[in-house]
Design a protein around this ligand. Sequence first.
Ligand code: SAM
Length: 351
Amino acid sequence: LVKLQIREGKQRKEDLARSSQGGEARYVRWNPNIDLSRPEDWSLDALFRHLKEKHGFEHVEETWPIPSGKFFMDPHLPDCLLVFPPGTNWWVEDEWYAAGAVILQDKASCFPAKVLMHGWRDGEGECLDATAAPGNKTSHLAALMGNRSTIWAFERSKGRFITLEKMLAKAGCNNVKVRNSDFLESNPRDEQFAKVTRILLDPSCSGSGIVNRLDYLVEAEVDESDRAERLEKLAAFQLQMIQHAFQCKSSLNAIPAARRIVYSTCSIHAEEDEQVVRAALQSSDAQAAGWKLAPRAEVLPAWSRRGRAEDLGGDETLAESVIRCLPDQDKTNGFFVACFVRNSSPILKSS
Ligand code: SAM
């Protein structure tokens, strides 16, 4: 049995090594935050022209497999995500890439910011990214906020915090207040967070959905009891993070300010995904403050792969509310996104 598992692990490694070179597509996110004073230079149209003139890439309608020399806009993220054939690497020594105007970001990892910002209006309030480094989702949030208002970005690791600061500077994010601290040690009711209406929680996870990670490649070789214990610890931590975010409310007037929390993982294990969401919904923090799952209509409704009802107490409606991605079937990394919402929130003017 052990030999069989090792052989499967090696096979998986070979399959995934191919995926790490791009799988079926390479994704590039256009970042509008660079030098907004010159939008004519950094617009999506200008990027299309640059791709054509400098690299010979032509913008076409969605088509699979993607022909060489062509790209299209992703149908789920049509305003920012460019899809190229596998093996593409035009960004090496490209001035747009060097300037931070395009960011290499997998498709599924663009979903959390997109879902969090559903219905966002200027003046609504502020956002908080509880686990920010290296900062791809923070910079995507900044882009969706038009680089205005404020994002509070927490990162507890010193080394990763330095990476975060560099990444945000390169991406031209002007609205982020970074904190090299543990979100669990922050006081979500602190006055400085009183205007936070939306929270992104993308905590550490097993990474089992990431196709080019070595520890995933050999997962078949890991002892089952070690795996279960590791997932249990991760799930306990992930639940703690959600419950902490559930407490984010205004200390000024005792009116709950936070009204939308996105929880995401790059794990395909239900123990870190649906089962954590279910435990969070059943917690007293959720019940006291009225947190529930946002309906499918607010959570990328066009994405067809939804959650596993069997891990959500058999509730099909809850399962419809959350998103799953599978690495070998969805042309992106394995991923999970859930969105908690509550009503009764005031519209707060941002500073
Ligand atoms: N959202 C990031 C992005 O898209 O670039 C990736 C986040 S990564 C999955 C999780 C990050 O959370 C790690 O950098 C980890 O150090 C940090 N982290 C874990 N627990 C934390 C906590 N309690 N407070 C703040 N940061 C934490």
